[in-house]
Write a protein that binds this ligand. Sequence first.
Ligand code: MTE
Length: 334
Amino acid sequence: MLIRSDDKDWNHKASSEITPPSAYSRRRQWLVLLASGAAGAALAGWAARDARAQMAAPARPGKLAALPSVASQLPGALTMEKLTSYQDASTYNNFYEFGTDKADPARNSGRFQTSPWSVSVEGLVKQPRTFAIEDLLKLSAQEERIYRLRCVEGWSMVIPWVGYSLSQLLRRVEPLGSAKFVEFITAADSQTMPFVGSGVLEWPYVEALRLDEAMNPLTLLSFGMYGEVLPKQNGAPVRLVVPWKYGFKSGKSIVKIRLTEQQPRTAWVKSAPQEYGFFSNVNPNVDHPRWSQATERRIGEDGLFTKKRKTLMFNGYEPQVGQMYAGMDLKKFY
Ligand code: MTE
């Protein structure tokens, strides 16, 4: 594996090298200017509104290396909704390798090593290859995409992710005609991940998509959020974000991507097949066996009288992804 320890844009920095709190909003103002030139009035209008929302967000001490990006021009990739605070997005997490409490991933991931790192892409591809994370990072231009993430447990967040479409990577390795699924295998290091080895799930945490879902441009291979590299609790150094599916489909800290002909058995399907289906598209009309999926609580909107939000079909991304499921019975293929 190729390791370049001199890559300043990549390594997690010490707190002495912190990004000033203002830098992120300055960078966003710069994006506004860029958008107004590049994509015309509509995008500029979005960006201006979004920049205002961002500037109103509470300041925070930066911790990690900046990850420069440009605002995505992909339809559906930029919601105008208010961003979840960085504090909430990085302290209210699901990452069962570090524990089952929402605070555990931030609390228990300190010893987890995210450098050196490599991701192997293998299986039914013409050009199998192992990418050092530094090379993966530079494979395509980094974009910022503001996606809603809806968790199966009934809460949601709005997060500015940084990354590029997974399809950019998959095209490089040339999927064979027989490839029908893409499996994502994540890190499972019992030395630094205290719950690996526990009976919570079968390890490693494995997720998978149909090939067309993996190739959909909205499927993001993400290296950062809020303009910085990912914190460990959010899936450093590389994770998936599949915005129209329940959050558990978005595997964190990926080490292997495998193209297969057979539908892979994923961690949640193995653990509770009656509760979690392979597709797991966000669907307000199909309840979880133990609770409704019709509404959600937006993290950060937790006032006593705050009404829950209505959950949208495909988490609001139906125009971009609905066609992939045309004719399918979504109650059966949940
Ligand atoms: N990836 C791994 N490796 N392990 C996990 O436990 N949890 C999933 C997903 N990816 C999980 C994972 C679940 S249930 C959710 S809701 C999202 O990560 C949460 O992502 P976030 O903490 O960045 O919001």
